[in-house]
Design a protein around this ligand. Structure first.
Ligand code: TTP
Ligand code: MG
Length: 369
């Protein structure tokens, strides 16, 4: 496989930076953005904090009262989360980032992967210049800073983006991966949370290099086959997952009125299968895959019901769509009294391009869930 050049752009202290943007008066002060639970005036958790607040020990996830205690007698600013506003800024950031990528994949509200292999002709030096341009444009256009990691794959780009923050840039060339990863703490790897890290520590594994060299058979005994194989590969810096554009639409659905009200599965499936075929054509046209399938049922009394399930892997198979839809309808009518007037089919969790290989991130989500 030819060398890829992958970038991960992650905005610095994003929600807090957004607050600084619209409240210039708080510049230089500790800024804490909070999710208030509403139970008491200060119950809830810290969503994020700027780096001034972090220097006092304030962190994401910490109870608000702990943050207040750490900032006692300090002139600090506390804000409730304003997701709508951050999403608006996020959209502006993404619109800029998109223009720099061959393939663009938004990975969260404040981060995106950019495959820039073609643009940079596979040169990490050119990617570094491109990253500096991105930083410059975000600063002049939006007055925001970010940290960027560049590597030969998503895994390395992601780890590198965390290396220097805020306003950092870390480049790890294809030949430097081992050297770069080896001395890092295993906790820096995606999928190694505090519990896993503790277990690894118990085995005498502190660093990524130690994990890479650890006996795979012994690793298997502790973490099971799938996870130990995953750990071994990431410790070696191996990751084949491609940067993938997400489909613009979030879902496709079709709905139809039955010829007569019914709770008969076979009768309903005649209509539902037609809807599945229509959706399937759209999916094929859009070159998309779906991971979640759902049904919509409007009963005689006009009450609307929905059911859905998420599949193991993204697919564009009509057969799988029909099978799952049928099972969902079957289950619904076992559980629910009443006759359907209208029925619908919906697919969501869409992604572009065929993907036969199991995705790194989806694998992790499943394993840690
Ligand atoms: P992150 O990129 O993880 O954090 P950050 O941007 O605040 O800080 P950093 O400079 O380290 O990148 O998350 C992006 C946003 O997601 C963050 O601004 C707020 C939100 N968030 C939470 O609400 N709770 C959390 O526990 C974390 C980690 C993030
Ligand atoms: Mg961030």
């Amino acid at each position: 496989m030819r060398t890829r050049v992958v970038m991960l752009v992650d905005m610095d202290y994003f929600f807090a930076q957004c607050e600084e943007l619209r409240n210039p008066a708080i510049s230089g002060k500790p800024v804490v953005v909070c999710v208030f639970s509403g139970r008491s005036e200060i119950s809830g958790a810290v969503s994020t904090a700027n780096y001034v607040a972090r220097s006092y020990g304030v962190k994401s996830g910490m109870p608000i009262y702990s943050a207040k205690r750490k900032l006692e007698n300090v002139d600090a600013a506390f804000f409730p989360v304003d997701e709508k506003y951050y999403e608006d800024i996020s959209a502006r950031v993404m619109n800029i980032l998109r223009t720099y990528a061959d393939i663009f994949e938004q990975a969260g509200i404040d981060e995106a992967f950019l495959d820039v292999t073609q643009k940079t002709r596979g040169q990490f030096q050119e990617a570094t210049e491109l990253a500096n341009k991105i930083k410059e444009e975000l600063k002049t256009q939006l007055k925001l800073t970010c940290s960027i990691g560049i590597g030969p794959n998503k895994l390395v780009a992601k780890v590198a983006s965390d290396e220097r923050k805020p306003d950092g840039l870390t480049v790890v060339g294809a030949e430097q991966v081992q050297e770069y990863l080896s001395p890092l703490n295993v906790g820096r790897l995606l999928g190694v949370g505090s519990k896993t890290q503790e277990k690894m520590l118990g085995l005498g594994i502190n660093t990524v290099g130690e994990l890479a060299r650890y006996d795979t058979q012994k690793l298997k005994e502790v973490f099971g086959k799938a996870m130990s194989m995953y750990f071994h590969r990431v410790a070696l810096g191996i990751d084949d997952e491609s940067v993938e554009e997400k489909s613009e639409a979030e879902s496709f659905s079709r709905i139809a009125t039955l010829k007569q009200d019914s709770s008969d599965l076979n009768f309903i499936m005649e209509t539902a299968e037609r809807l599945c075929s229509e959706i399937h054509s759209t999916i094929v046209n859009e070159k998309a895959n779906f991971k979640t399938v759902g049904i919509i049922i409007i009963l005689k009394d006009l009450s609307t019901h929905t059911r859905s399930r998420t599949l193991e892997n993204p697919t564009n198979s009509l057969e799988l769509l029909k099978k799952n839809i049928k099972e969902l309808f079957e289950k619904f009518f076992v559980e629910t009294e009443g006759e359907a007037r209208r029925v619908g089919v919906r697919v969501s969790n869409l992604s572009k391009e065929q993907k036969s290989q199991k995705q790194l991130t989806s694998f992790i989500q499943k394993s840690s869930g």
